[in-house]
Design a protein around this ligand. Structure first.
Ligand SMILES: [Mg+2]
Length: 161
């Protein structure tokens, strides 16, 4: 049986806003470590190695989206120009979202603006739009300033297939 939170997320009315790095795209660039790329080398790594072209998707989230339907599932990520196309293509290739549901933004504030844009377009109360993130700072900010539902990615592990 699903937890009350998972059941809420799966309800057709609820809109989901999934973060990309650390949620839809796992960090596992090393062989047996979560990452093998220091921040200062990230740009060169992306330009030369195309990591989003090789990443695997998260099966559990794919199956959640398949069960829920993608009509109200969105993805959003803060990204630099050089990584934007790779991220967008990764999400479109693996998660079956409409292209208009994937938004690459420049700042965390823009991410909040996209949450609000989706809420307004669907005519939903804030609570019915759930931000699913791995970064606590972003979750805390949204929780403190808005009424959107906030979900740490690990809560999805409770999805009962
Ligand atoms: Mg993240």
């Amino acid at each position: 049986m699903n937890t009350p939170l998972i059941s809420f997320l799966l309800q057709p009315e609820t809109a989901l806003m999934l973060d990309i790095d650390g949620v839809l795209a796992p960090y596992e660039f090393g062989e047996l470590c979560h990452s093998a790329c220091p921040d200062e080398e990230w740009e060169r790594f992306v330009r030369e190695q195309d990591p989003y072209g090789h990443m695997r998707p998260v099966g559990l989230i794919q199956r959640m989206i398949a069960q829920k339907g993608a009509e109200r599932v969105y993805a959003c990520s803060v990204a630099a120009d050089y990584e934007a196309a790779g991220k967008r293509d990764f999400v479109l290739r693996h998660y079956g979202l409409p292209a208009s549901h994937v938004r690459i933004v420049a700042t965390k504030a823009d991410k909040l603006a996209f949450l609000e844009e989706v809420r307004a377009a669907l005519g939903l109360p804030e609570e019915r739009v759930a931000l699913i993130e791995d970064t606590m700072g972003t979750l805390n900010l949204v929780y403190e300033r808005t009424g959107f539902t906030t979900v740490r990615v690990s809560s999805l592990f409770a999805f009962d297939e």
